[in-house]
Design a protein around this ligand. Structure first.
Ligand code: NAD
Length: 354
């Protein structure tokens, strides 16, 4: 038996997660994987029932599972709560930290049928295949925060801290990933300004000695943002710290056509977590408009990284490409001549192809 904790969360999380679970159930039938799904509450529903967006019950459920499938958190109601109870700060960041998930992998692929759905020119994005390795449990999002004083002198302080050990483990992870791919690693920092980035760069050069076959390039984050839209074919594996990775991957998602196409896997602990790279999209929640493919592709990563079942993972990815080739499109990737479908129809179409 392989237990998966399912946390749909808020907004479109409640619509896209059932589609991905349906895909996993179909895969389970086909390959006899013995999947078991246990549902847990996070964010709005958890707050309503337990008074906290990340109750102990949910933490225990995740720890007792082999993998976690998460939708997204965040809603206008929850975002109005005091900072320490807001779902990203009180649920999302803590669950990643508690599970020790220091490495977030986001795969940016140009799907041929979607080349014209991107705002970028097809010849710029055709053939791209980028793996972004984002450090997930350190840096600015986890450093000490405080507000002090009042009036014009009021100060808000966020602290950016990285230890040598934290930098080294994410870099080793990224070098190992690059070694298995096209052997090209771009380490993204802001070493011209930030001391944490200077340490990052030093450690990158040290770790590089253990991976002589991987070509290491350093790039400032501002240049990287520009190169991602100018010439994304430059990149194979990108490794970067938490906040830079957060921002660069949203930008990179447009190379795949939409934020709704970008899956992610968070690894490093005993239990891995899989979620789409996007948020809860309150603007389209409850309207059957959300693209479920990022979550379905995250389920494929679950099959690959947690179940080590490459054939099942490829089966899901091929089904996604097949429905795109059929011309089915949710509104975010819609183009003239294609067939508009909603969230549930898209999920059903992928299941039919498995
Ligand atoms: P968002 O990612 O939710 O949405 C950004 C834009 O992309 C919106 O226009 C949205 O409609 C669109 N979009 C996102 N996912 C889509 C999908 N699957 N299909 C079609 N369109 C999609 O980011 P936001 O609007 O900045 O934040 C909304 C809420 O989500 C906030 O409360 C924020 O804190 C939260 N959030 C959560 C996560 C997470 O759970 N990992 C990540 C980012 C933001």
């Amino acid at each position: 038996m392989f237990r998966i904790a399912v946390l749909p969360g808020d907004g479109i999380g409640r619509e896209i997660v059932p589609e991905a679970v349906g895909v996993l159930q179909k895969i389970d039938k086909k390959y006899g994987l013995g999947l078991e799904f246990q549902y847990g509450l996070i964010s709005e529903d958890a707050y309503a029932k337990y008074g906290h967006p990340l109750p102990q019950e949910t933490i225990d459920l995740c720890k007792q599972s082999q993998a976690v499938l998460l939708g997204a958190v965040g809603s206008p109601q929850m975002d109005a709560l005091p900072a320490e109870l807001r779902p990203e700060r009180a649920a999302l960041l803590p669950i990643r930290k508690i599970l020790g998930l220091f490495a977030n992998l986001r795969l940016v692929t140009a799907y041929e049928p979607l080349l014209h759905a991107s705002t970028l020119k097809p010849e710029v994005i055709s053939g791209i295949d980028i793996l972004v390795v984002r450090e997930l449990t350190g840096g600015l999002y986890f450093g000490e925060k405080r507000r002090e004083g009042a009036g014009p002198e009021e100060r808000a302080v966020d602290t950016l801290v990285y230890t040598r050990a934290e930098i080294e483990r994410i870099l080793r992870f990224a070098f190992a990933a690059a070694h298995k791919r096209r052997k090209h690693l771009t380490s993204v920092d802001k070493a011209n300004v930030l001391t944490s980035s200077q340490l990052w760069r030093e450690v990158a050069m040290e770790v590089a000695k253990d991976y002589p076959d991987v070509e290491l390039h350093h790039m400032y984050v501002d240049n990287c943002a520009m190169q991602l839209v100018r010439n994304p074919k430059l990149f194979d594996v990108i490794v970067t710290e938490n906040m830079f990775g957060d921002i660069l991957t949203d930008q990179a998602s447009m190379l795949s056509g939409s934020l709704g196409m970008l899956p992610s896997a968070s690894l490093g602990g005993e239990v891995a977590l899989y979620e789409p790279a996007h948020g809860s999209a309150p603007d389209i929640a409850g309207q059957n408009k959300a693209n479920p493919l990022a979550t379905i592709l995250s389920a494929a990563l679950l099959l690959r990284y947690s179940l080590h079942h490459e054939a099942a993972a490829k089966d899901v990815e091929a089904a996604v490409v097949a429905v795109l080739n059929e011309g089915l499109r949710t509104p975010d990737i819609m183009e003239a001549g294609c067939t508009p479908v909603g969230t549930t129809e898209m999920g059903e179409a992928v299941r039919r192809r498995i």
